[in-house]
Design a protein around this ligand. Structure first.
Ligand code: DC
Length: 248
């Protein structure tokens, strides 16, 4: 779906399944959802934000934006000093549109371009560089100031928003995650299931083992294993935690 759908932060519409009691927290919350690629974070985060009437921010898209710009300018995603210079000249913004938020870099719309093959791996490599993390840390905290938002990423609950009101860590079996990713790419450009699984394994390893802000669950995060749950079930569990009394 990352490949096909509007990939970015869509402003949450107030929607409610028929018969389901509304979950309206008494104050605007900042909710974080971390986890590895393919665990279903994007769909779940977007759905949860819609149920609550909150903004949804996909922070992976911000890392992809930096990687996209680096590749466009011939900068290696490992070259921290040139990435620092690149970030200094970037203006990354989220622009409202009738189709949801659009990702703009220096007034260019790169919402779709960041889903091209190769960008995910480049984003993972660039995300290990100190200058990129420092640049995006400021931007993400700025975006989180108003709260009433669901932030999805790798280090939301550990580094960016350690004071978040509710933290989730969403995981799933690697094979399930690879299969999900594979199905999301309805017309896989040139990848077999095994290749998707291998790319995911490499990216997971890089994201979990990097020195700065590695992917891990915050000690106070609620862990959900989505291997055998539908996305609706995951959202229902999350609403249960947020509004009390887990709903089945
Ligand atoms: O969520 P995604 O697959 O679009 O993220 C692309 C890469 O960006 C991911 O492999 C690691 C990096 N990333 C990160 O380091 N921290 C985040 N909060 C979000 C993404």
């Amino acid at each position: 779906m990352k490949h096909q759908q509007d990939p970015l932060p869509a402003k949450g519409a107030r929607s409610r399944a028929r018969g389901e009691k509304a979950c309206r927290p008494p104050k605007p919350l900042l909710i974080t959802i971390d986890g590895p690629a393919g665990a279903g974070k994007t769909t779940v985060s977007r759905g949860l934000a819609a149920k609550l009437g909150y903004r949804y921010v996909d922070t992976g898209a911000l890392y992809r934006a930096v990687a996209h710009e680096a590749l466009r300018k011939g900068i290696s995603p490992q070259d921290d000093s040139n990435l620092r210079r690149l970030c200094a000249g970037l203006k990354v913004t989220l622009k409202e549109s009738p189709q949801g938020l659009r990702l703009m870099v220096n007034r260019r719309d790169i919402t779709e371009a960041i889903r091209a093959p190769g960008i995910a791996m480049a984003a993972s490599t660039a995300s290990a560089q100190p200058s990129v993390r420092a640049y995006l840390l400021g931007l993400q905290r700025q975006l989180g100031k108003k709260r009433a938002a669901v932030f999805e990423g790798r280090d939301m609950g550990t580094v960016v928003f350690p004071d978040a009101d509710v933290k989730f860590f969403l995981d799933a079996d690697p094979r399930v995650r690879a299969m999900r990713r594979f199905k999301e790419m309805q017309h896989p450009p040139h990848m077999t299931l095994e290749e998707v699984e291998e790319e995911m394994r490499q990216r997971d390893h890089a994201d979990r083992s990097r020195a700065l802000a590695p992917l891990k669950a915050a000690p106070d995060a609620i862990r959900i294993d989505a291997s055998h749950l539908s996305q609706e079930e995951v959202i229902r569990q999350m609403l249960g935690y947020i509004c009390g009394g887990v709903r089945k």
